[in-house]
Design a protein around this ligand. Structure first.
Ligand SMILES: NC(=O)c1ccc[n+]([C@@H]2O[C@H](COP(=O)([O-])OP(=O)(O)OC[C@H]3O[C@@H](n4cnc5c(N)ncnc54)[C@H](O)[C@@H]3O)[C@@H](O)[C@H]2O)c1
Ligand SMILES: O=C[C@H](O)CS(=O)(=O)O
Length: 477
């Protein structure tokens, strides 16, 4: 029998079986741009079969401890197969090997945290007897799984962001129909195999590959789907919310993260941190640093350090141990970033480093003289580009951060406690990171945005709250 790595054709994963379809989809190596495999292209019937199978599975409950054991086994297996998963991420995402290993180890941790949180799902006592006339009553709440959850995920972190959905969903007793990104479906299929080996009963996790808009619409039309958990672009997120009716929706969407760098900070350390978190995964990270507001008194020194840190980055083949930045997800994506940078330059921005492209590789780029009217500042670049602007007053820096349609996370580098806490209070985002970049995330923290960055939280404990319904039970004694 072929190993997963030897296989060149992959079916849908429905009811723990491989289901081949006539129509197929090519998956490319993102650096060589050569096809590496073909995956199935789900039709409407396949989507219905997957949802029906999930619904049937939901009728046979698993105890919290059984779910815990399965998730722990899957996590252990993920750790054992770290290198195989990492190599797959190198190929289908173009993610540098060291970063890919990091994603696999975070993914295992995400499943482990979900396993633990699944044992702690609890309601609360409600002092209902405090109401006049209710003296003889007692009340408490319990949390119930919603049922069948459609999970739709993006290309950029295709293993850990899948684990952030299926981990909490399975831990809380739900069944999941997963639709991974068309560009990066292989790690999701390999993960499903791991869950099968870990003993997950048939139907609790279904994986549908194919066209996002088609599968998305068929899932939206299917009333047996109880909830949508989506990570991806703001436009698709809005579409799902508009069409989900009264069903629950969690949306983790786009962003153009900002960092404030105040004059009292360690300038070189801040510049190094910004360079690292602007360019990892070729800037294709939703909390990538895109906008940096630097106090005018340290602007030039900061830019000098940022330029030096950027120039030292190794760009190229993601399979090489020494590579820091690999290709973007496609040549078109890199071309789009090149166009936006050229447009900014025509509008007066200055390229300090980078600004050039070779096929799907866009070189890490630092722009200065950027204004908030430029697309590279107000829109989501989702590429290896960082824009530096200056400010003079503290309040002005906060306003600049808030002058955005997005609000996922922001960062502030300062030793002034009052300024840090004032900024933390006033910045309109889901999370403020003091003395680090907005790119900081660990997997058990509450994570999610405001404004066009979405609604609802992830991090297993918080995702479980989204994926369960609170139910009140009142006993008239
Ligand atoms: N906030 C977060 O936590 C977070 C994390 C990662 C990525 N993102 C965002 O994701 C975006 C990049 O990822 P992407 O290009 O894969 O996003 P995308 O919106 O193009 O695709 C995301 C997923 O949605 C599917 N899809 C496409 N059209 C659909 C439709 N009409 N209905 C239902 N599903 C549909 C795709 O096939 C894919 O699986 C960026 O905007 C980035 O900021 C956000
Ligand atoms: O792209 C956004 C991700 O949520 C960031 S992370 O990989 O989870 O840190």
């Amino acid at each position: 029998m072929q190993t997963f790595e030897q296989q060149k054709e992959f079916g849908l994963f429905i009811n723990n079986q491989n289901k081949v379809t006539e129509q197929k989809l090519n998956v490319l190596d993102k650096y060589s741009l050569e096809p590496i495999a073909q995956v199935a292209h789900a039709g409407k019937n396949d989507v219905e079969e997957a949802v029906q199978g999930a619904l049937e599975a939901f009728k046979i409950p698993l105890s919290p401890y059984e779910r815990y054991q399965i998730l722990q086994k899957a996590a252990a297996r993920l750790r054992e197969e770290q290198e195989a998963f990492a190599n797959l991420l190198v190929k289908e995402v173009g993610k540098p090997i060291n970063e890919a290993r990091g994603e696999v180890s975070r993914s295992a941790l995400t499943l482990e945290i979900a396993a633990e949180e699944g044992k702690r799902i609890a309601g609360e006592g409600v002092p209902i007897e405090a109401a006049p006339g209710s003296e003889n009553r007692r009340a408490y709440t319990v949390r119930k799984p919603v049922g069948v959850i459609a999970a739709i995920t993006p290309f950029n972190v295709p293993l850990n962001l899948v684990c952030h959905k299926i981990g909490p969903a399975l831990a809380s007793g739900n069944c999941v129909v997963l639709k991974p990104s068309d560009a990066t479906p292989l790690v999701a299929l390999k993960l499903a195999e791991i869950f099968k080996k870990a003993g997950l009963p048939s139907g609790r996790l279904q994986v549908l590959t194919g066209n996002g808009a088609e599968i998305g619409n068929w899932l939206l039309e299917n009333n047996e789907v109880d909830m949508f958990t989506f990570t991806g672009s703001t436009s698709v997120g809005k579409y799902i919310k508009q069409n989900a009716g009264l069903r629950k929706v969690t949306l983790e969407l786009g962003n153009n993260s900002a960092s404030i760098v105040h004059h009292d900070t360690n300038i070189q350390a801040a510049a190094k941190a910004v360079a690292q978190k602007s360019f990892n995964n070729a800037g294709q990270v939703c909390i990538s640093v895109q906008r940096v507001f630097v106090h005018q008194s340290i602007h030039d020194e900061f830019v000098q350090h940022l330029r030096a840190a950027t120039e030292s980055i190794q760009v190229g083949d993601p399979g090489k141990e020494t590579t820091d930045v690999g290709p973007m997800i496609s040549e078109e994506a890199a071309q789009r970033v090149e166009d936006w940078v050229e447009e900014a330059v025509q509008e007066g921005a200055k390229v300090q480093v980078g600004g050039r492209r070779k096929e799907a590789v866009f070189y890490p780029t630092v722009l200065t003289n950027v204004t908030e009217k430029m697309r590279v500042s107000y829109d989501e670049v989702f590429g290896p580009v960082v824009c530096v602007e200056s400010y003079t007053e503290e309040e002005e820096s906060i306003q600049k951060v808030n002058n955005s349609d997005y609000g996922l996370q922001a960062g502030i580098f300062t030793n002034d406690l009052n300024f840090a806490l004032q900024a933390a209070e006033e910045i309109e985002v889901g999370g403020v990171i003091i003395n680090d970049t907005p790119g900081y995330r660990v997997d058990h923290m509450p994570y999610g945005g405001v404004k066009n960055s979405g609604t609802g939280k992830e991090g297993p404990k918080y995702a479980i709250e989204e994926m369960t319904e609170e139910k009140l039970i009142v006993w008239n004694r």
